[in-house]
Ligand binder design. Sequence first.
Ligand code: ZN
Length: 454
Amino acid sequence: MATVWAEKALLRDGWAENVRIEISPDGLIETIQTGQPAEGHRTGVLLPAPANCHSHAFQRAMAGLTEKRGPDPSDSFWTWRQLMFRFLDRLTPEHVETIAAFVQMEMLEAGYSANVEFHYLHHQPGGLPYANLAEMAERIAAASVTTGMGLTLLPVHYQYGGCDKRALGSGQIRFGNTLDAYAELHAKSAEAIAHLPADSRIGVAPHSLRAVAPEDLGHHVRLAGDTPLHMHLAEQIAEVEEIQAAYGKRPVELVLDSMELNERCCFIHCTQMLSHETDGLARSGAVAGLCPITESSLGDGIFDGVRWFENGGSIAIGSDSNIRISLSEELRTLDYSQRLRDHSRAALATPDKSTGRRLFDAVNAGGATTSARNHGSLAIGKLADMMALKADAVDLIGRGGDTILDCYVFAGDDRMVADVWSAGRHMVTEGSHIGREAIVSAYARTMKELGEAI
Ligand code: ZN
């Protein structure tokens, strides 16, 4: 039984002081007592640590490489994607494992407890499956053993090169599976997850309405059962136009008309929605998986958080391309995008909750349903997924209650994070992952090998 003590803690029922929490050997919060003397591991401000709802780990190794304007005068998402395809042609299973471990380490150090990995790099260069169909999935799983991070693995189904069902291009053939091959891959991936700690989960991920046929979505829904189902949706204008031309409906209209939605459905981005789509999708119970730093980097557009929340919508936060991994910056970027669009301030706050508190609560709740993880708040019986901010952080001096979260989101950064636990595994102390040195040197070796890749 591990004991953690906090000067202040955001419990499910609100803020409390001098809080003593006991964590059971299976990683659950067993007791919570307030007004207790300091004992065990002492922390400043203890918070629930959300899941990172969307990541493509390997893309971390490309961060910073796509900021030049090339010969194509309309440098855009599509040129970024071309570079990504070239880059991933070089990746071996060993590379993928070391990159994933580095990404998970950075996620933990940023305050995330779990990695929901939208995993689509399945096959060898050239497109042949590995002898072990789930080779790459096993590498992601192995990374989570190295880092101690919770894992919800989403093997991705990617079948077509576009809405006309054209064959995959040369850059996409490492992703491709027929529906039957995908079902087999999913089963093998589930076996890989079965060897991990009990908080690990699996889900289903049709890549997008361009890469799978809408008429096949029923198969994905059945395969998912009561596990999460994630899909990219309504990210880019060109994608909306292609889907509209092919099916006579915009992407969100198509999903609303053809799928039964619930809180286990997570649609990634949703940056290209008209008002009626925002209203309908928010009310469906599905979660919008937002990745504001990547959406900024790719010029996707601005998610309508104001309207989404007005309709009772749920959100989760992910780091997608992993160009930069920072929980506080994701939340800040999300809120600032609303301000810049609407010429407003604090529009996501409510009379009861400040902006920082509302966003933090929202991404904890949405992270829990989209990762199928028993976490999201500090309460007895929940997984001990926790992060602690430094008691002596200068920006927190004299601050209390929800203002702590506002200072963390708007004035602070990851340097405020002192400790992180995932299912009771205490992986970050004094701001650093306990295995940082070995993880960074393995990643550095990989980056050296990939140095000539582009
Ligand atoms: Zn993505």
